[in-house]
Design a protein around this ligand. Structure first.
Ligand code: TXA
Ligand code: MG
Length: 329
């Protein structure tokens, strides 16, 4: 299917809602990244999302709701889930719960569980409210690419593949929501985000961060090729290692760039460099935009290793994907 992809703001809200209500798909803004939405109760709409993204059929979509009240129709809502939704939503958290049969298997890739998210972006919320049905939505990038934080970035990936992008400006949070499962033995964070483990532990002290092991290595979406720029990318921890690699790239005729915390930029002298921000939240907001900008200008990206904890840890979770294991020490 080929579409003349339109981009429009609030004036396109009615058109966007109509597309969803008639079985089509639309990109819409959330505070984390843009989503590519379709009616979660309509299997053929869900299949259109897989097709537009070229997404493997074994990776589940999260379901977006306007209001917590809608959750009981589609999932078994536990007391712990209620407490998480009360505290953190509307906002950047996805809670995985046992699903009810109303949600087709195509949404959850056959899993008995469903991820539920109630975003806070004002136009995104208006959209979900007027759709008045659960909206299945992965991030609005081609599978494997960097999640889009603006309507223009959605357009780069989705031009011709979807009819409409609802433009809500730049995403405030900038990386995808924290995903926590309450369907496992202990509450487990599958994907770290700006709602941190520490914050979640204030409500669920037993919560843990997922670590890969022989038994659980097959949890959905984990270990996939993801967040990969169009140019090679490496994470570095030592300044001398990156200086050496940078200079080799330069002598080979390349045009490399170093991405680092603002306070560390002076370490890299006259080399090409871009500040990711001062700390966690700001770095999360900037990182995907900077990666998408760099791939248009430079030949190779070197990114400074950040803290493994909190928001910086959530950013690193994405960047290890971007560099596909390439770490300079
Ligand atoms: O911030 C976000 O969560 C964005 C915006 C658009 O809401 N959405 C997003 O969706 O990042 P997506 O499909 O790119 O990533 C959702 C991830 C899946 O890759 C998977 O790891 C996890 O959430 N997930 C979803 N449903 C799950 C389930 N039933 N069990 C385990 N993990 C699940
Ligand atoms: Mg994604």
């Amino acid at each position: 299917m080929f579409y003349e992809t339109e981009i429009g703001g609030r004036e396109k809200l009615g058109a966007a809602v109509k597309i969803i209500n008639t079985g089509g798909i639309v990109a819409f803004p959330t505070e984390t990244v843009y989503g590519l939405g379709g009616n979660a109760l309509d299997e053929s709409a869900v299949r259109k999302i897989y097709e537009a993204k070229n997404r493997p059929a074994d990776n589940p979509f999260t379901v977006h709701l306007y209001d917590f009240g809608q959750a009981r129709d589609i999932a078994c809502v536990t007391r712990d889930a209620e407490r998480l939704f009360e505290k953190f939503t509307p906002g950047p958290l996805t809670v995985v719960l046992e699903k009810k049969s109303l949600i087709p298997d195509a949404v959850t890739a056959g899993l008995p569980t469903v991820g539920i998210r109630i975003p806070s972006h004002p136009l995104g919320r208006e959209f979900l409210k007027e759709c008045d049905l659960p909206v299945a939505a992965p991030s609005a990038n081609m599978s494997g690419r960097i999640s889009p934080t603006s309507a223009e970035f959605v357009y780069e990936d989705m031009k011709g593949r979807i009819p409409l992008i609802l433009d809500g400006g730049e995403c405030e949070v900038g990386i995808e929501s924290t995903v926590i499962s309450l369907a496992s033995n202990v509450p487990t964070i599958f994907r770290p985000g700006t709602v941190t483990l520490e914050q979640i532990r204030e409500i669920l002290p037993e919560a843990v961060l997922f670590t890969q092991s022989a038994e659980n290595s097959r949890f959905p979406g984990f270990g996939r090729r993801h967040y990969v720029p169009k140019i090679p990318c490496a994470v570095f921890s030592g300044v001398s290692a990156v200086d050496k690699a940078y200079d080799e790239e330069l002598f080979a005729g390349g045009n490399p760039v170093i991405l680092a915390k603002n306070s560390d930029l002076p370490l890299f002298g006259g080399r090409n460099k871009i500040g990711l921000g001062d700390a966690g939240k700001e770095i999360a907001r900037n990182v995907f935009r900077i990666l998408r900008e760099c791939e248009k200008t430079y030949s190779r990206i070197y990114i400074e290793k950040l803290s493994a904890e909190g928001e910086e840890g959530a950013v690193m979770n994405r960047l290890y994907g971007s560099c596909e294991g390439e770490v300079l020490k």
